[in-house]
Write a protein that binds this ligand. Sequence first.
Ligand SMILES: Cc1cc2nc3c(=O)[nH]c(=O)nc-3n(C[C@H](O)[C@H](O)[C@H](O)COP(=O)(O)OP(=O)(O)OC[C@H]3O[C@@H](n4cnc5c(N)ncnc54)[C@H](O)[C@@H]3O)c2cc1C
Length: 396
Amino acid sequence: MDLGYSEADNAFRKEVADWLAANLPADLRHKVLNHLRLNKEEYVRWHKILAAKGWVAPAWPIEWGGTGWNATQRHIFEDECARAGTPMIMAFGVSMVAPVIMKFGSEEQKRHYLPRIYDCTDWWCQGYSEPGSGSDLASLKTRAERDGDDYIVNGQKTWTTLAQHADMMFCLVRTEQSERKQEGISFLLIDMNTPGIEVRPIYMLDEDHEVNEVFLDNVRVPVANRIGEENKGWTYAKYLLGHERTGIAAVGRSKRELAFLKRLAQRQHKGGRPLLEDALFAAKVAELEIELMALEMTVLRVVSAEGAKRGPGPEASMLKIKGTQIQQMLTELMVEAIGPLALPFEREFLEGRSDDVLDAEAAPLASYYFNFRKTSIYGGSNEIQKNIISQMIMGL
Ligand SMILES: Cc1cc2nc3c(=O)[nH]c(=O)nc-3n(C[C@H](O)[C@H](O)[C@H](O)COP(=O)(O)OP(=O)(O)OC[C@H]3O[C@@H](n4cnc5c(N)ncnc54)[C@H](O)[C@@H]3O)c2cc1C
């Protein structure tokens, strides 16, 4: 295992950094670096810029638009994107459903969906969770009954991220009642414009509209939109979840946020000393930095194992737990660092539309703190990840 970067890696890092400096639009960079909310147009704009460069789906096979980079290069690319402040590429299409379509989809499905995912013609959402079926996902109840060449789908999905923007949803449905709840599930690709679909907002702690309930009332879905075999959807669903968890560690973004936190805490307070000179606060920041360095080394070990053609396996759960704990601690310390400035909670601040800003840098941080409570829940809660680790790594 070699964790150092070669000269070629460093040259690659420079190529990526130079391109980002020249091509990342200043307004998007400003929003990302200042924790301001992005809208659909802004996410799509950046997606299309990367797609035009051929860098939007580095992990894909070259025949579908992948870059052919090795695992270290992909890691460097993500690191540089985070440092530069690029909007994230929505995972639902490129990193979640696309690998499933490539591995289990028909040739026709690949030819139809993959180019549309690549250039963001379709915005995807994930229809897994239901009321009562989150951690215990296999207990899901949304039904799909065969009617000729279609399924008729009835049920409810919940927590569906950004479904209000979605053109397509990948969705788990029950096609058969079996004794083992993991059997009898199928994996459908559903056009969100089909009659019978209703998307209702759920407003989060930070008052943002990020998640939804999706109701399906006699929704007609062609059988041709099923991935793989009927009743075997659980296999495809699990394959997708492995891809979801590896991306959640977000080390690059946390490194950027740590630098931001230090800058905040170095500011001179009226009549006082910078908070970073307080020994207790400085110790918390130092501890966080050590945790983050350790996480980065772990990510590099996993990346290096991937390079050696061993899959990430249950290590993905370790990365998810540690990565999200660090992200949450960063937002806690940011709020501590800005003290009373954490109070403003105005939409104008959050969307960067106000010039009457008490402190433009500090204003969105309370909302950012609230928003990040989600990270230990989604992608499979951290308690569930601990169960996976205890079974798969510790053999308990
Ligand atoms: C912001 C956000 C976005 C989301 N986006 C999506 C999305 O786009 N699509 C989608 O399908 N889903 C999405 N989810 C849903 C997410 O996957 C679930 O919330 C998550 O799996 C937990 O399920 P639950 O909310 O039903 O909680 P529950 O499963 O009811 O769990 C409640 C608590 O009990 C704990 N618990 C449950 N079972 C066990 C156990 N066996 N051992 C130990 N502890 C346990 C959990 O850790 C948790 O603390 C999103 C969630 C959030 C918060």
